[in-house]
Design a protein around this ligand. Structure first.
Ligand SMILES: Cc1cc2nc3c(=O)[nH]c(=O)nc-3n(C[C@H](O)[C@H](O)[C@H](O)COP(=O)(O)OP(=O)(O)OC[C@H]3O[C@@H](n4cnc5c(N)ncnc54)[C@H](O)[C@@H]3O)c2cc1C
Length: 430
């Protein structure tokens, strides 16, 4: 049987493993293996909600082993550590537990086709102090850690009852930064309502959003940025533009213009970069963001048996721009590779991938949602806001669940969540 190995089970990789398992794996036309350094999957666009406490990671995580069992693929835990293209093996690092005991040794997995889909992480551009003092939302663990520390700080402020102000500084005015600011504004008010009677978010919470460019949401249309800014200003989130952060300390965020922005909690939510392991993966071509450069077929430029998808791939799109690092790109690329592998099995050549931009949506928690949707009959874009925008925003995640579980399980899950929200606190309180 043909060995298809997928490294990285995120927005794109897990959908690919699931759909290949359900087709080629189930009919024993290929053996599909998914490698991931984590044991569970959480859709990355939910991370700011985990950080703010609007969702509980335990109810939204999916166990890779269970998904593998249900969808006819194999799960191999571990981190990508190297590649031997001539031997056609991918190296997976040893798995070590919390106490330093080796659980699984360094392994070389054989492949006929290899897909790299390990995503990206925040790009701190080497800014001093980020590593030591700022939180990042690169994975569920980090987002949950931020949430726990923030809740602890609120409990402390409530106990001391001295009116101390909690300063939150979010670096990066992209979608992640603005969505996090709005979510935090909401959830900390809800938290206070659950009995923190001596902590008043109106006077004791300051949220600042710091952006290096001239406006927030740089990649999105001007009117979306303006609508978002209006909402943030109504919420008294202070938005600072043209402020490039040059360093972060335990208490402040320092900018190139000389501003010292108070930041008991600093979150770095700017830029993306891929893991260093991709810069020298047995000679595969990578760019300055460490993404693997791919052909229109998503095959890497120097090896037709190795594919890259999602954030870690550099795939040319239009106007000298690459396909943007988004969940919808990873989803479309995964769907494309499902048909590529089916074609390959039938002895046919891979077809080029065409990215379709369906628009952009920004959800400001329970306050507002705005966005543009593209690709309608007119071929142009339409502006959506309010409930319609929120429904489209939610539907992105539902589509991901649909791809992973099928329609009926996705629908049942939605119903179960609706029931759960009636019986559980509105925010995660610990
Ligand atoms: C807070 C936040 C909000 C976002 N909101 C949106 C949104 O609203 N809409 C949108 O379209 N996009 C959004 N994005 C971007 C979107 O999440 C990514 O573009 C998308 O998840 C990329 O999918 P992927 O499959 O390439 O990688 P990921 O989903 O990041 O998955 C990568 C997988 O690889 C694994 N992995 C990483 N390194 C290794 C390694 N060395 N070895 C083995 N496994 C590894 C990880 O554990 C993970 O499972 C958001 C991102 C963030 C951080």
């Amino acid at each position: 049987m043909r060995q298809i190995v997928i490294v990285g089970g995120g927005a794109g990789g897990l959908e690919l493993a699931t759909r290949l398992g359900d087709t080629l794996g189930k009919s024993r036309r290929a053996h599909v293996t998914l490698v991931d350094r984590a044991r569970t999957h959480l859709w990355k666009p939910l991370l700011h909600e985990v950080a703010a406490g609007s969702i509980n990671i335990h109810s939204d995580q999916l166990d890779y082993l269970a998904q593998a069992r249900w969808h006819h693929f194999t799960f191999a835990p571990g981190e990508l550590a190297g590649l031997d293209r001539s031997a056609k093996t991918v190296r997976v690092a040893a798995v070590i537990d919390d106490e330093g005991t080796e659980i699984l040794p360094l392994r070389d997995l054989p492949y006929d086709s290899l897909v790299i889909s390990i995503g990206s992480q925040c790009n701190d551009f080497g800014t001093p102090g980020v590593r030591e003092h700022a939180f990042k939302l690169d994975n569920a663990w980090e987002a949950n850690l931020f949430h726990r520390r923030l809740i602890n700080a609120c409990f402390k402020a409530n106990y001391l009852a001295d009116g101390r102000v909690l300063n939150l500084a979010i670096v990066g005015g992209g979608a992640t930064g603005v969505e996090l600011a709005a979510e935090l504004h909401n959830t900390l008010r809800v938290l206070a309502a659950y009995g923190l009677s001596k902590f008043d978010p109106e006077t004791q919470l300051r949220i600042r959003l710091v952006e290096a460019g001239p406006r927030i949401l740089a990649g999105l249309p001007e009117y979306l940025a303006q609508a978002t800014l209006d909402t943030l200003q109504k919420l008294k989130v202070e938005v600072l533009v043209n402020e490039r952060v040059v360093s972060i300390t335990a208490t402040h965020v320092h900018t190139a213009s000389g501003k010292e922005i108070p930041g008991d909690f600093a979150v770095w939510a700017a830029g993306i970069k891929c893991a260093d392991v991709l810069t020298d993966l047995d000679g595969l071509e990578s760019n300055k963001l460490n993404q693997l450069v791919v052909l229109p077929t998503l095959q890497t430029t120097r090896d037709p048996n190795i594919f890259a998808l999602g954030d870690c791939s550099a795939c040319e799109w239009k106007d000298a721009r690459n396909v943007p690092p988004r969940a919808q790109s990873a989803h479309q690329m995964a769907s494309h590779l499902v048909s590529t592998f089916k074609r390959q099995h039938a002895g046919k050549l891979p077809k080029p991938f065409h990215y379709r931009d369906f628009g952009s949506l920004v959800s400001l928690g329970s306050y507002e949602s705005v966005g543009t949707l593209m690709g309608f009959a007119t071929g142009g874009s339409i502006r959506v806001e309010g409930l319609i925008a929120k429904l489209f925003y939610i539907s992105l995640y539902k589509l991901h669940l649909w791809a992973l579980h099928g329609f009926w399980r996705m629908a049942l899950d939605t119903l179960a969540r609706m029931i759960r929200t009636q019986t559980a606190p509105k925010v995660k309180l610990h």
